[in-house]
Ligand binder design. Sequence first.
Ligand code: HDD
Length: 713
Amino acid sequence: METQQNRDNTNNKLEELNQNREDGTGQFLTTNQGLRINDDQNSLKAGDRGATLLEDFILREKITHFDHERIPERIVHARGAAAHGYFQVYEPQAELTKAKFLQDPSVKTPVFLRFSTVAGSRGSSDLARDVRGFAVKFYTEEGNFDLVGNNIPVFFIQDAIKFPDLIHAVKPEPNNEIPQAASAHDTFWDFISITPESMHMIMWVMSDRSIPRSYRMMEGFGVHTFRFINEAGKARFVKFHWKPLLGVHSVVWDEAQLISGRDPDFHRRDLWDSIEAGAYPEWELGVQIVEEEDEHKFDFDLLDSTKLIPEELVPVKRIGKLTLNRNPDNYFAETEQVAFHLGHLVPGLDFTNDPLLQGRLFSYTDTQLKRLGGPNFHEIPINRPVAPVHNGQRDGHMRQTINKGRTSYSPNLINDNTPAQATTAEGGFSSHGERIDARKVRARSKSFGDHYSQANLFWNSQSDAEKTHLVKALRFELSKVAVESIRMRMLVQLAQVDSTLAKLVAEGLGMDVPAIDGMQLNLAVPADANPADYQSAPAKKATTRSAALSMANTVKSGIKTRQVAILAADGVDASELKAMKEALSAEEAVIAIVAPRVGKLKTSAGELVHIDASLQGTASVLFDAVYVPGGKQSVTSLLQEDESIRFIHEAFMHCKAVAATSEGIDLLKAAATGGAAALLSSDGVITGPDDVPQQFIQAIAQHRFWSREKTLV
Ligand code: HDD
């Protein structure tokens, strides 16, 4: 089998990392000083029952290192998974930007991409309802460029000064550290219920976007408006998008909760396994470009990170592709120690005055100093640029570089005034000369003041199934809120977004939507300000829908890498099994034989088939679809197992494609709680008589059959 080690997927960053890779295979065990160890089983003692001697430097070295193994986890985005890959631009982008990595389609720029959840600790579940981080480090010839984004195009707050408040509110409550990796608790909704700028983001987080099917099936967004600068110095605004080639897909909330128990590493494992199998995840990089003179032509502010630019107003131009093709060798060295920062950028790119972006520019270096222990974190192998580094910065904890010469200052005569500054023509970075003529104020721009209209656009753009899920998510979350006034305020906020939304959520809480009665909806108001100046008008009702905001419109063209369970036992019909396996394999789906026990099973034709998982060792929530082939003996065995009935029942309840042939249909009937006829006639339940494998493939590509659920709207 092809493995990561023998595949030709190297690049100049991966080669550069070789100098730090270590492989103990076939080697002697040594101390950190290279001394070969003769006895690693016993400490040095005074007599074989005697006290351990302080002299035992081997024991002390080993225990001391162990005692110091942990570093602080990230304050946010602690739990993650990452992979190496490369980025290639489709066409030169010289008109837009002078960034070198966006010019030559033959150049593969190495990347390291770290996905994450936000609120949970390092050991929490992948399936929390949460935003996902999408952080890309490009190792370009001109230095590192980090695009540190999320899978949601907007953010909770408009100004970075509110970030500690937001995160303190969403993290486990400080008295008892409950709940882990969940926003369904009082402090989060307390903050949200009086911070209406969050309401657009809340729509996204309560939608299925926050429970992705896999990292490979998520969009990514740079969120802020950045700048592209071309060789002539012309600047344009740009928003970055990552579009997954497999489409954007999610699981359902009940499923997410079950996966958290069955396999909390579900997303990590999916990413790892896909790369190991050579099914490399891919995203296209998209850009939305706005000319500087059009800065004020929208009814929202481009500098406001709680707003997106609808793709109908400014289309997304796809300019290149990112491919992940290699797993890390070591989680700690690479995934944990990678340090992202928005301030890592290259000529041809620049910031805007978005106050969220501006605050982030401070936070990321600051946090790495704490997390990675000092100012030399850029020397950690995964963080080193492939571009050469020369400057007068010296010393500090764990310095690796051996700087030669006497000068560590500039200007200097002794070293011919080098390292020298580069002219812009030589690649020297110079900030965009934006004109600023303003009074120093602590303020929020009035142009940031509409908090509900884009939330309404999002709601209006969802399919009925998506709206139902969103309402149910809000019911779930707010049902966990104990303080009545917080629920009440949330209903008032939701009513500003859409009255139907508020009413449906209220019904699930056994409440009526309260009247506003002069209530201030925004309590994030400076002490000297007039609160009335800080209140947003209710949503301008969206007259259109933005297709890009609904996952119903995503790619549904294939079943590549989809996980299909085949339930079988001894005596399974050999020809039905073979036909289905061949059809699914031809479409590059991943097949798992699930049986009452592990080992091998014997088909009706006497062949031995490897069993991938036992019914006790897996669950339907870990698969995209399930098929039950015939064979009297096989189905009789399965009918005796509660887990196989549950397997089918859950797959059906989670709206997945389910197929069965001949006696296999009996298992479907046994699992039908709402009546066998209703189950068998449901969308996405394939039982023939014609070409079941092909119909099943088409059904799996649809991802889910929401017609099985009751919609609320
Ligand atoms: Fe942040 C990590 C994304 C706002 C402060 N952030 C972090 C990561 C991602 C984001 C993906 C994980 C990077 C990794 O994998 O190592 N953050 C965002 C986005 C934001 C955002 C898309 C809004 C548009 N963040 C934000 C603000 C602040 C921070 C406003 C502070 C004022 N973020 C941090 C941090 C972290 C971080 C504390 C924690 C670990 C780290 O930086 O390296 O500095």
